[in-house]
Design a protein. Sequence first.
Length: 195
Amino acid sequence: MSVDQRKGSTSIPPEPEAAEPAPAELDSADVDDLRRQVAEKTAEAAAHHDRFLRERAELENFKKRMQRDKADALRFACEPLLRELLPIIDNLERALAHGAESGESLLEGVRLVHKGLLDAIGRHGVQRIEALGQAFDPARHQAIATDTTAACEPNVVVAQHHTGYLLHDRLLRPAMVTVSARPGAAAVETVENSD
């Protein structure tokens, strides 16, 4: 006899585990409905994934575009300063042209200042546009006069009044030039302008 039986107690049998309910039988309409829902959710997930990939690519393109814009902004940051220096260079060139008649020491001093300025702006990416004798290019030249000399072909730069400049392939200032024209073309333009 066990100790519990001697004391007159009876042991309590363990409670039986609750039986799991039997799954309800699904009919074919429920199965079809579930399949339709799964297909809709799969299509929705694919659409979200596609949108995610597109937005990710757009973000990468935006980053690259911003890096390009920043590089351009840094590259052309000195443009306003250089625009202000160009008239100084023009005045120095005029002084050099007229200085041949005056003292040689003044001319040499102006020549050194002119060379120093051109070297300084050249280090920042400024290039001169040499137009004299070149074909007229409206993207780089600004015609301020025409010359009806028969010695040149039409649309050739015969005189350069102001030098043009480029800043890293961007036009900083066009060259102001006189362009050759046919002798008959100038007369036609004059008649048209008088109307």
